[in-house]
Design a protein around this ligand. Structure first.
Ligand code: FES
Length: 140
């Protein structure tokens, strides 16, 4: 089967869909090749992700990736959130087909963008290296 049960589950029943009013951080990224867009909303309390929601206009793998990624970062301190890689998201989904790996990259990037937005809005200093360079369209 092309997709794992977990991918199908998170695609059919995505967790944390929606928006957060007055979110502390919002990150929006897109993939120029497929045209898919992902938006992540974060509520931060004491440096911890108190709530997270997403809106994804994209393929099933992008929806499953956002759903899994939001589950992975919920309740986590930002230091851990920033360590979340697309690989970890794909692994948590029991894998994605190679040509769908970029969908999980979108989740990593959107989360990073949302944390950056939070830091910027709150004038929290950070090292630019903290945020990995967006890797749009690097996939095969
Ligand atoms: Fe582009 Fe899935 S096909 S995000």
């Amino acid at each position: 089967m092309l997709y794992s049960e977990k991918v199908m589950d998170h695609f059919m029943h995505p967790r944390n869909v929606g928006t957060i009013e007055n979110a502390d951080g919002v990150g929006e990224v897109g993939n120029a090749k497929c045209g898919d867009i992902m938006k992540i909303y974060l509520k931060i309390e004491d440096g911890i992700v108190a709530d997270v929601k997403f809106e994804t206009f994209g393929c099933g793998s992008a929806i499953a990736s956002s759903s899994m990624a939001t589950e992975l970062i919920k309740g986590q301190p930002l230091s851990e959130v920033l360590k979340l890689t697309n690989k970890a998201v794909a692994e948590a989904l029991d894998g994605l087909p190679a040509h769908k790996l970029h969908c999980s990259v979108l989740a990593e990037e959107a989360i990073q963008a949302a944390v950056k937005d939070y830091y910027d809005k709150n004038h929290i200093p950070y090292d630019e290296d903290t945020f990995r360079v967006p890797s749009h369209g690097e996939e095969a």
